[in-house]
Design a protein around this ligand. Sequence first.
Ligand code: SF4
Length: 325
Amino acid sequence: MVPTRLLLAAPRGYCAGVDRAVETVERALDLSEGEPVYVRKEIVHNRHVVAELARRGAIFVDSELDVPRGATVVFSAHGVAPTVHANAAGRQLQVIDATCPLVTKVHSEARRFAARGYTILLIGHEGHEEVEGTMGEAPDATRLVGSVAEVAHLDDLGPSTPLVYLTQTTLSVDETRAIIAALRTRFPHIEAPPKEDICYATSNRQAAVKALVQQVDLVLVIGSANSSNSNRLVEVARDAGVASHLIEDEAAIDPDWLDGVETVGITSGASAPETLVRRVVDWFAARGTSLVEELHVVHEDVSFNLPRAIRRRLPQVDTPRSATH
Ligand code: SF4
């Protein structure tokens, strides 16, 4: 059976931080005059984006220690720990830092609270690059909390310990709310970050899926397996009782998923380019699904300036993008 309708969530796909990071690598390649451009880790968590930039000449490495002395390196949107900057300086690397400004904000909060003697409870996923970078700002003052159950393990913290919670930017809004509630119950004096750490793009894409599930039988989320915010979108749909799958691209669609499905909801994680959405729509069109509609839930108007290391090398006529967030 062929679905009769596709409903595309809006907003979906690229956020301002990913857009900026990808353009940063593209501009670095344009400006490189043939010199190699290294990128530490995946610039954003999407296989297609990384493959395309590699095809254009970017050299992806796992560590700043893998970059030849004096060479140019781009740091990814997820942010890095101060030790990474120190290693880069020690190797005289030309650093272009594409850390999302909203991740940088969390780093600043971590530094500020740690300097004031607080213990930071960082809500996030162990091993995620963003978490490693944020914890690196104040490693001795930061504890990672991954779930409500883990709150019970914070036995050694008492009412006299100054506490603040911070969060990874790409978490489930609902799950994080539950963890914060558990922290507040256990530590009534715990302080909140001055401004919400889960970013606008994460919240908006989850809100769009919550609206989408009211109208569809299946939700396909386009994104890579290591994309935190994409995985959260799948969870949001499933939590609402709607079948959902994370797909890298149209090749991952299993026709068995479409049995009895009339309307397919489609969204994409913050690191997935719109070209992949078009490919999925074309996949369905080739099988006879011609009705394609959009569900507009939140309007986004956010953009960030490119990193200074890029802007100062651009010709004067190239006006930097305005920051609206
Ligand atoms: S998901 Fe949010 S924090 Fe992450 S790069 Fe995008 S805007 Fe920045």
